[in-house]
Design a protein around this ligand. Sequence first.
Ligand code: G3P
Length: 219
Amino acid sequence: MELFLDSADPQQVKTAWDWGVIQGVTTNPSLLASVGKPYIEVVNELIQIVDGSISLEVIATDFETMLQQARTLAALSRKIVVKIPCTTDGLKVVKILSAQKIKTNVTLVFSLSQAILAAKAGATYASVFVGRLEDMAEHSGDELVSQVRTAYDDSLIPTKLVAASIRNENHFEQSILTGADIVTAPFPIVEKLVRHQLTDAGLQRFLDDWARSGLEFPG
Ligand code: G3P
């Protein structure tokens, strides 16, 4: 499985990239809008930092404009994966891009049916929104990830299953256990995942014991 950072902030991306824990980046229009810098400037910075896939979303809903925007985005770098919403026009765009070997990430997937249709249209990735699904009572994001995993495996579907909208450690771990190929998590979550109270306590005890020993570190 792979871990992607769900962020458009070049500083966050650079920090997480340097930790060595992420293999790609996903963005969405809300994340790009929150950076406060010109779009192309941000995208060029991301391309410089990341040696992996970068999902950038179209910002239109009609077929013609989405296709045009998708081509513009794909031409920026071979790293770009074009994010397309799961709509009928969107899937039509995915079919065309897929035939042209342009990678796509079908986003805003909230049901098994949507995940299957995205795959049938030729999506490289399908992004299941775990957290947003769970915002609705009586819906389980983990269960959906598990169902999509089973269906993709049973039909030998090569589309990669992305667990997105990750809000906490439990979403992260359950998405892995239920079969996501990729989990894309925001920076504060990734930062939190590194830590454990017993790691902090253990480290402090090692340092205290060393300080009391009077030993000197060689060199
Ligand atoms: O990038 C898509 C997704 O991860 C958004 O997450 O937290 O806004 O539901 P969230």
